[in-house]
Design a protein around this ligand. Structure first.
Ligand code: FPP
Length: 240
């Protein structure tokens, strides 16, 4: 699809509202997450169609371990099932999957699924789908600081050489551009420990719709809103 409007290279989404959606429909919370996977499917397809190159989805935060055990297990199970089940379709669509987040805490089965999906889809060149799983932005920054300190201690890097690029290159998103557009569904307006460093110049969009109801039309609308924003990066333009 060739678009006239400005298309964000990287869209990042905080998929919020699965629990409320389940409640509204008289269902269990895990059923909200199942419905949420449908939205993931739709949005991946829509992003690829519109020419978005990176789509990052906040699937499980480090804080989510504090949820009831049954819900955490349901999300892990759903993640494994989706990753295996969707692999052929993702390959067909040219989608490369990358998982960011700390790999500690995961069961052997989840770790195997992560390796498998990253390996199976590694040739995808249309869209990179980044799943933030056991992800915490503050923790990511701490790990980057430790890695940089180690390089300084070993003599591989001088303190004066540390700049913004050094920090970016030590984050889990090192090989990706920063997000241009961050969407959080369900009307909540906060970042919740998601891409704090990378979000510096992102545009934000907070639709009221709950994640399981976020469809192609909603995604298209988000792109429309983005295309009407004027990105100034702290500079002055003709309009202001
Ligand atoms: C937020 O809604 C959603 C989550 C914490 C989990 C999202 C997980 C999935 C959609 C399934 C696995 C993902 C992939 C990529 C296969 P919430 O539960 O916080 O909703 P609430 O705020 O209404 O309670």
């Amino acid at each position: 699809m060739s678009e006239q409007r400005a298309i964000p290279q990287h869209v990042a989404i905080i998929m919020d509202g699965n629990g409320r959606w389940a409640k509204q429909h008289g269902k269990e919370r895990y059923e909200g997450h199942i419905a949420g996977v449908e939205s993931v499917r739709r949005v991946v397809r829509a992003a690829a169609t519109h020419g978005v190159k990176y789509l990052t989805l906040y699937a499980f935060s480090t804080e989510n371990w504090g949820r009831p055990v049954a819900e955490v297990e349901a999300i892990m199970e759903l993640f494994c099932k989706s990753v295996v089940g969707e692999a052929p379709e993702l390959v067909k669509q040219g989608v490369k999957v990358k998982i960011i987040g700390e790999r500690s805490h995961f069961s052997a089965k989840v770790l195997e699924m992560i390796d498998q999906i990253e390996c199976t889809t590694k040739a995808g060149d249309k869209l990179t789908l980044v799943l933030a799983f056991n992800y915490s932005s503050r923790r990511e920054i701490v790990l980057a600081a430790q890695a940089i300190a180690e390089r300084v201690a070993s003599g591989a890097l001088r303190i004066e050489e540390i700049d913004e690029a050094t920090i970016s290159q030590h984050l889990m998103t090192a090989t990706m551009p920063d997000p241009d557009l961050i969407i959080r569904t369900s009307g909540e307006c906060r970042l919740s420990n998601f891409l704090l460093w990378q979000a510096s110049y992102a545009e934000f969009y907070f639709p009221e719709v709950l994640w399981p109801d976020f469809d192609e039309k909603e995604f298209d609308h988000a792109l429309e809103v983005y295309s009407q924003r004027e990105r100034r990066y702290g500079l002055v333009t003709e309009k202001n």
